[in-house]
Design a protein around this ligand. Structure first.
Ligand SMILES: Cc1cc2nc3c(=O)[nH]c(=O)nc-3n(C[C@H](O)[C@H](O)[C@H](O)COP(=O)(O)OP(=O)(O)OC[C@H]3O[C@@H](n4cnc5c(N)ncnc54)[C@H](O)[C@@H]3O)c2cc1C
Ligand code: SF4
Ligand code: SF4
Ligand code: SF4
Length: 397
């Protein structure tokens, strides 16, 4: 059985770590590669050659269920306060609220106190609220598979919300279940937990203080500018950066530092294995739904998904749309691996995140990055972070 893992191509392992949970003899451990991604590793002395891990691993053999017609919507939460705490239009809030109100439990991604993103369980609104907002880092499944199984066996309704590959692994682990609701998102790739931790250290060097809270996609400057990082530090210093000048965001959006499997992703299609798919909606739809603070794309994939949408219709404004008019690249093909990606990783491994600047930024962007970071340093030094915020907003407009 060892041959499976030793010959497994990095591009064929999405890091769901379902194989670890499925092994009956605890023979599979987890290692971190030089890019900071987690991979399974077999302890030969414990392996009993049962083949369960090989049967479980279906990532690169995924078969998507064919669809005659794609039923899709753009939608936005009616509750403006809750909309502000959602990255897009709040589909996750609406669906998870419905599940909790019906006595169910929710699994989703939480950023821990140590800034690792982990999949956790919530049976109340407070715990669920920790899951809200996008985290552009690979989430760690941990012992979620066993917990979900226990909940399902106890007859609970379970909502699992995560990447398409995590949803596939949950489905594989449990088999078909009427009580399991799968909610995935349009996904173009995940960066490694280690790169994100290094990024926070980088931010701390600029702010000269420990990061206390970190948000991706903050709506501080409105949804149009919501693609930016926001770090709040222990000493009151702040770090806001627009994506084109941010050392992490820029590389993320350019797909320079995604997991290798993301360039080989089988889920880049309107055909899905989940019940509902959510994503962002930008541009002209904002006007159609008259929402300046975030709009979601939603695709209905199953009868179960359709029933849930009927239940949440009152909490959101919906407009049915032709998905073909709004097709995102990641509903057509996986993110393309940039030619500079390997060099980016070489620089990262040898010189750290700072060493990747020349690859991620053009000379002009490097200038802007330098100026913005200097401004943050000065404004925090004189304890006037609000000056930088005003400057950033003006610069952005
Ligand atoms: C890595 C990543 C890549 C994405 N790429 C795209 C894209 O290319 N196109 C697009 O339209 N949308 C993309 N999205 C989805 C989008 O950013 C929003 O998360 C989504 O539309 C949900 O918004 P919301 O307002 O409904 O929910 P929110 O309240 O923002 O809830 C976010 C939901 O996403 C889950 N989640 C957040 N971070 C992670 C994570 N790291 N791993 C697993 N689950 C997570 C949470 O559990 C929660 O259920 C991506 C999201 C992530 C995390
Ligand atoms: S894709 Fe998942 S199940 Fe397959 S080897 Fe990787 S971690 Fe294990
Ligand atoms: S073959 Fe069986 S015992 Fe060996 S690692 Fe895979 S699941 Fe575990
Ligand atoms: S792009 Fe595909 S492989 Fe990568 S995290 Fe998203 S669903 Fe998984």
């Amino acid at each position: 059985m060892s041959s499976f893992f030793s010959t497994l191509n990095e591009a064929d392992c999405c890091g769901c770590l379902g194989c670890v949970s499925v092994c009956p003899n605890s023979a599979i451990g987890v290692i971190t590669n030089r890019k900071g991604f987690l991979y399974p590793q077999i302890d030969e002395t414990k392996c009993i050659h049962c083949g369960a891990c090989v049967r479980f691993c279906q990532f690169s053999n995924t078969i998507l269920p064919p669809k005659d017609k794609v039923e899709s919507y753009v939608c936005v939460l009616n509750n403006k306060y809750e909309l502000n705490s959602s990255s897009s239009g709040g589909v996750f809030f609406a669906v998870s609220d419905y599940v909790l109100k019906n006595g169910g439990v929710v699994y989703g991604a939480v950023m821990d106190d140590d800034f690792y993103v982990r999949i956790t369980r919530a049976d109340n609104v407070n715990e669920r609220n920790q899951m809200r907002r996008t985290k552009y880092v690979q989430g760690i499944m941990g012992d979620s598979y066993d917990k979900i199984k226990k909940d399902i066996l106890e007859g609970k309704i379970v909502l699992f919300s995560g990447t398409p590959c995590q949803c596939l692994a949950v489905k594989q682990y449990l088999g078909e279940s009427d009580n399991l609701i799968l909610l995935d998102f349009i996904c173009h790739g995940v960066p490694s937990p280690q790169v994100f931790i290094d990024y926070l250290e980088y931010v701390e060097k600029i702010t000269k203080s420990k990061v206390k809270n970190f948000y991706f996609r903050s709506k501080e400057f409105g949804h149009v500018h919501s693609q930016h990082s926001e770090a709040l530090c222990e000493n009151g210093a702040t770090y806001y950066m627009m994506p084109s000048a941010d050392i992490y965001y820029k590389s993320f959006l350019a797909n320079l530092m995604s997991r290798e499997s993301c360039y080989n992703c089988p889920f880049a299609s309107t055909e899905r294995i989940t019940d509902i798919t959510m994503g962002d909606a930008w541009g002209s739809v904002a006007k159609e739904l008259n929402s300046l603070n975030g709009i979601s794309t939603l695709i209905v994939n199953s009868e179960k998904g359709r029933n849930i949408i009927n239940q949440i219709m009152d909490s959101m404004e919906f407009k049915q749309v032709e998905i073909m008019d709004r097709l995102q690249p990641q509903l057509k093909y996986p993110a393309k691996k940039p030619i500079d990606s390997n060099i980016w990783w070489q620089k990262y491994i040898s010189k750290g995140l700072k060493g990747t600047k020349k690859i991620s930024f053009s000379p002009k962007e490097r200038m802007i990055n330098f100026s913005m970071e200097s401004m943050i340093r000065i404004c925090n030094y004189i304890h006037k972070p609000e000056i930088y915020k005003k400057f950033l907003l003006k610069f952005w407009k």
